[in-house]
Design a protein around this ligand. Structure first.
Ligand SMILES: O=C([S-])c1cc(C(=O)S)c[n+]([C@@H]2O[C@H](COP(=O)(O)O)[C@@H](O)[C@H]2O)c1
Ligand code: NI
Length: 402
């Protein structure tokens, strides 16, 4: 495994605000988190604050979400509509987290997912935590996320439905739905909340102990309580994974940019073409790095498509399931490939007073590609009342100036 890796240490438990605290403690600017939340244009005021905190003698950051009291009860569709206003880098992963939460609640309460309502104030907390963590992870530029076994705690928790057993049913459903490892204890209190677990299982590409990496950033997110005998923290460790420390071969591609990947492929001639966009969207939601259709001519002169799905090996099972259930195919091919990904970073430039993120890719340390984020350019163009193409030229000029 190579690239920049983030390891979520949930062996002390996890909640949305603990993971957000870990991001902030690792160096994610609170302004990045607040901007991502503000971008949703929530009718309620939601403010995120952070302060230093000690848990079992360990220093960390406690994040709090202050939200206006509200009676609004939001469904999954309501939350997804809000997320539509977020940057693409935040919108899709955050939507996947809320889908996972809603599906878990739907199974717990034996109701259709469309009827699930996120619980009042908790919903605003959750929205801020989820959007904040996803924005934080995006700003940390992680190529891969691994999560430890999750400590779940025990005993009973008070909820809107009255006392429930811990681990709570939604937490168990989230683990089950994502084949994620959890363990009860070590203390008789709730250590893992649905939002925290939904974030971990959705954002993680795999589960296990700290992978081989050189730690560059460490963040400690403090939980609400400081129980005796347990460090109520979630940690985030970020570093370059799989580096041996040997210099890259100066005559060839940098091996640290190589990733093992798999291409799944199948030829399909009998799927209602209107179904393809949803199949492609489902595949991307389930972890595909890329997916595309190629028009082909099949036996008997039938026009058809090759569906190709590029993925990291750990998503193969979930993606094949979507291919088999979402299309008419009854077989597919798997091809191992080596993917080369140039190191990239995101900078923010100011264009006529508007922040525009720009993705830079480097080859041998030299910037070979600088692409302004389309959503930011479009927002700036709308604010200035100029065509997007004009604002795009201005953004490129601002990058050149840098
Ligand atoms: O109200 C319901 S259905 C409920 C279910 C569960 C589980 O099944 S687990 C847990 N809870 C409680 O919600 C709070 C807040 O969780 P967040 O994810 O919003 O932080 C949590 O402490 C659980 O006890 C409620
Ligand atoms: Ni409920």
């Amino acid at each position: 495994m190579t690239g920049r890796c983030g390891w979520i240490d949930a062996t002390g438990g996890i909640s949305g605000d603990m993971l957000l605290g870990a991001c902030v403690d690792a160096g994610v600017e609170l302004a990045v988190v607040q901007a991502a939340i503000d971008r949703l244009g929530l009718p309620e005021a939601v403010r995120v604050t952070a302060e230093p905190a000690m848990r079992a003698g360990l220093g960390g950051t406690r994040v709090r979400v202050e939200a206006d009291p509200t009676d609004v009860r939001r469904t999954l569709a309501d939350v997804l509509a809000l997320l539509d206003r977020a940057d693409a880098a935040v919108r899709d992963p955050a939507a996947a987290v809320f889908r996972a939460l809603a599906e878990a609640e739907a199974r717990v309460h034996r109701m259709p997912v469309e009827q699930v309502h996120f619980h009042e104030v908790g919903a605003l907390d959750s929205i801020a935590d989820v959007v904040g963590v996803v924005a934080g992870f995006a700003s940390l530029r992680l190529d891969r996320v691994v999560c430890s076994q999750i400590a779940l705690g025990g005993g009973r928790a008070d909820t809107a439905h009255g006392p429930i057993p811990v681990p709570g049913p939604a937490v168990i459903e989230l683990l089950r739905g994502h084949d994620a490892p959890g363990v009860g204890g070590p203390v008789e209190t709730e250590l893992a909340t649905p939002t925290g677990v939904a974030l971990a299982v959705t954002l993680a590409d795999g589960f296990g102990p700290l992978p081989g990496l050189r730690p560059e950033l460490v963040g400690v997110g403090a939980g609400e309580r400081d129980p005796v005998g347990h460090a109520n923290i979630t940690r985030l460790v970020v570093g370059a994974a799989g580096e041996t420390g040997s210099a890259a071969d100066p005559t060839g591609p940098d091996p640290r940019e190589d990733h093992e990947a798999v291409v799944l492929e199948t030829n399909v001639d009998d799927l209602d073409p209107r179904l393809w966009p949803a199949v492609l969207a489902d595949l991307l939601d389930a972890g595909a790095s890329d997916t595309w259709l190629t028009p082909i001519l099949m036996k008997k002169g039938r026009p058809a498509h090759t569906l190709s799905v590029l993925t990291a090996p750990e998503h193969i099972a979930a993606l094949e399931r979507i291919v088999f259930t979402g299309t008419t195919t009854i077989g597919l091919r798997r091809r191992r490939v080596t993917k080369r990904a140039l190191p990239r970073e995101t900078i923010t430039v100011e264009v006529h007073g508007h922040p525009v993120r720009v993705k830079l890719a480097r080859l041998d340390g030299e910037v070979v590609n600088a692409v302004p984020e389309y959503d930011d350019v479009a927002a700036a163009a709308a604010a200035e009342g100029v065509p997007v193409a004009v604002m795009l030229d201005r953004a490129r000029a601002a990058v050149q100036d840098r």
